[in-house]
Design a protein around this ligand. Structure first.
Ligand code: PRX
Length: 653
């Protein structure tokens, strides 16, 4: 698509109605909104009936002890049974659950529901042999391979909550998470394929476990065959242990509120928060939204969430939602440009993908690479495309719709969070129109408002803070081990309402536009990072006296990490070597995704009289703007010193 066509489309097309053909056979009709509004609990109860329960619930919601919710009170079910066994029992065992695509071309594997059931049973038996009991936490640090899904479901099957740590996180991040949830078993792999070469995972686990003496077993899947260090008595190969187990395992039904998993995410303070999701409500919320938002036709669709399982998007829409619905999914191991920049489009062509779900940062990258690349592949199998993780700018939306969706596929821009577990604000493709840049409206059964500082709802045409007014099934139940922090973080800013941390506005039609975070959380390439967490990592380096981090706008990644540091006197003058050292240090402490794009060594940081760093001014510098109002600074000349430094700052390496 030429720039001119894109500009014309941008100018002309502000609203896309649902395609007529889709509306007539969509899973959900417009009545759903009114139905849910009349009786939201009856609405979610109906959604729960799509699952298989061992014992039916007595009460849909217990909100008496708000903000601590209990959904489907008294109900009992097994998540793995719902995701796997019941499809096999219904005669769909031969249906493919995953078309797994490895990064090296040609390295593919199809896994049917029957095969998945056998493997999950084996892995569940293996965990039992390792002494894992119901309620024990298991850490999973894996690449994008089928064993990762199998490991998660095996945990769910025996009621051992998993905590999946994204493979791109550092060993230190793994240590923090293992400690926080006191995991005693780690499941990992020797490595995975990334950017055309094997990358290692096991060394990070070995390094982490030097600080985690309570971890007694490490189950290691073999993916690349690279050499690994081995700790006898602790480490065991997946193939040896899982391979010799029985494919029979009787799933036990757990309480609907039994913990399913803990997923760590960055908050406004240094320590990542362990977001707790429980079994019944989470499965109801993810399966219903997967079915409704993607208008899933389980017998026809090939669904692809192009995200890593280490994030909530992978948990909800690669694993639990699609499997609970008996869908066929694609799971891809590698990067979009290996071995060529058309890899995703080749996968869509080969696997006949009908629904693609990915992040705006990927779309903007593809846009930069040019329309010619997707144009050489057959993308006609696609019928619906989705976006998640950050605000999608109208240019990227239109490009996605035209260059990938061929102008015929509706785009669902879906807003949600690790905490919400399920999609919350999104068009319904057969019902709701789409507008480039807007997530449109809260799904049926979800109540969102945009409010002002005082918590008063704003009218059409105004902006404010996004809040959720009623509990929803897949909501987080608490922060692992810290009920007070849960209450304080989410339910205190606007008492009785869930504060999402996002700014939003309503347009003249009352549709919702998400504007990004209003707190110290950054969104870099769809990854959630905390400014304070990176600042803590920087000041943990012996050369750093003080640090301030801001997210600056970036055309590709949405935001980019920019750091300002004051060095200790002993550290010298802050040349490129120090900057590199500090960037590497952040990668080591948190992970490569948190590496600052730029670090500026400054003599002072702009602070108010009460000592608060004025990040707004640093953002002005990072975005190369005129610096804003400095009158509240304790010493307004600080900004002159920083601006002076700007010209000499060593940029990224
Ligand atoms: O700021 C919002 C942004 O991502 C944040 C949640 O990040 P995380 O918990 O990592 O989950 C990402 C995947 C669900 C939100 O607070 N966000 C997510 N989706 C959108 C979005 N911002 C705008 N539009 C979206 N569709």
């Amino acid at each position: 698509m030429s720039q001119e066509t894109l500009s014309n489309l941008l100018h002309e097309r502000r609203r896309f109605e649902p395609p007529a053909g889709l509306a007539s056979r969509a899973n959900v009709t417009a009545d759903a909104y009114a139905e849910a509004e009349r009786d939201p609990l009856a609405f979610w109860e109906k959604a729960a009936e799509r699952l298989s329960w061992d014992t039916r619930w007595e009460r849909v919601l217990d909100w008496d002890d708000a903000p601590f919710a209990k959904w489907f009170v008294g109900g009992r079910l097994n998540a793995a049974y719902n995701c796997v066994d019941r499809h096999v029992e219904a005669g769909r065992g031969d249906k493919v659950a995953y078309h797994w695509v490895g990064e090296p071309p040609g390295d593919t594997r199809d896994i049917t529901y029957a095969e998945l059931k056998d493997e999950v049973c084996r892995a569940a038996n293996a965990l039992v042999e390792l002494g894992v009991k119901t309620g024990d936490r298991v850490a999973i640090y894996m690449p994008m391979i089928p064993e990762t899904v199998i490991a998660m479901l095996a945990c769910a099957r025996i009621g051992a909550p998993h905590t999946v740590v994204f493979g791109g996180f550092s060993s230190q991040a793994l240590v923090d998470r293992i400690h926080d949830c006191d995991a005693r078993v780690v499941i990992t792999a020797d490595g995975g394929y990334r950017r055309g070469a094997p990358s290692a995972l096991k060394p990070a686990v070995d390094a982490a476990l030097r600080h985690c003496p309570d971890v007694r077993s490490v189950l290691v899947a073999k993916r690349t065959g690279q050499d690994v260090d081995w700790t006898e008595g602790r480490d065991v190969w997946w193939d040896d242990l899982v391979g010799r187990q029985s494919t029979e395992h009787t799933p036990e039904a757990f309480d609907a509120e039994h913990p399913l998993y803990v997923m760590y995410t960055s908050g406004t303070t240094g320590r990542p928060k362990g977001i707790l999701h429980t079994t019944g409500g989470y499965l109801v919320g993810t399966s219903w939204t997967h079915w409704a938002v993607f208008d899933l036709k389980a017998d026809e669709d090939v669904f692809w969430t192009a995200a890593d399982i280490g994030w909530v998007t992978g948990h909800s829409y690669i694993v639990y939602g699609p499997l609970a619905n008996g869908a066929t999914s694609v799971m891809y191991e590698g990067t979009p440009d290996t071995p060529h920049k058309g890899r995703w489009w080749e996968i869509i062509q080969e696997q006949k993908v009908t629904i693609l779900y990915c992040a705006p940062t990927a779309i903007r990258t593809f846009m930069k690479w040019g329309t010619d690349i997707p144009a050489t592949f057959d993308l006609s199998s696609l019928r619906l495309i989705g976006s998640v993780g950050e605000p999608i700018n109208p240019e990227a939306y239109i490009w996605y719709r035209e260059a990938i969706g061929g102008g015929r596929c509706p785009v669902v821009d879906t807003w949600w969070q690790t905490e919400t577990g399920q999609i919350m604000i999104s068009p319904l493709p057969g019902v709701t129109a789409g507008k480039p840049g807007s997530a449109m409206k809260a799904l049926p059964g979800v109540s969102a408002l945009v409010v002002d500082e005082e918590g008063e709802p704003v009218g059409p045409g105004s902006g404010g803070y996004l809040v959720l007014t009623d509990p929803w099934p897949a909501m987080l139940r608490t922060i692992w081990g810290d009920d007070e922090r849960y209450r304080e973080t989410y339910w205190s800013r606007f008492p009785g309402r869930y504060f999402a941390g996002d700014g939003a506005k309503l347009d003249e039609d009352g549709d919702v536009w998400l504007l990004g975070r209003v707190d110290d959380v950054m969104n870099v390439a769809g990854h959630r990072l905390s400014t304070t967490e990176i600042e803590s990592a920087l000041v943990s380096h012996p050369k750093v006296a003080e640090a301030a981090v801001v997210g600056a706008n970036d055309p590709e990644t949405g935001q980019a990490v920019n750091a300002f540091v004051i060095l200790r006197e002993s550290a010298g003058d802050g040349g490129p070597d120090v900057v590199k050292e500090l960037r590497d240090h952040v990668a080591k402490e948190i992970g490569p995704i948190a590496k600052p794009r730029a670090i500026m060594v400054v003599p002072e940081l702009p602070k108010t009289r009460s000592g608060k760093i004025m990040r707004r001014l640093l953002r002005d510098v990072a975005e190369h703007r005129e610096v804003g109002d400095v009158t509240t600074l304790a010493d307004s000349s600080v900004m002159d010193l920083i601006k002076e430094k700007e010209g000499q700052a060593p940029a990224e390496d």
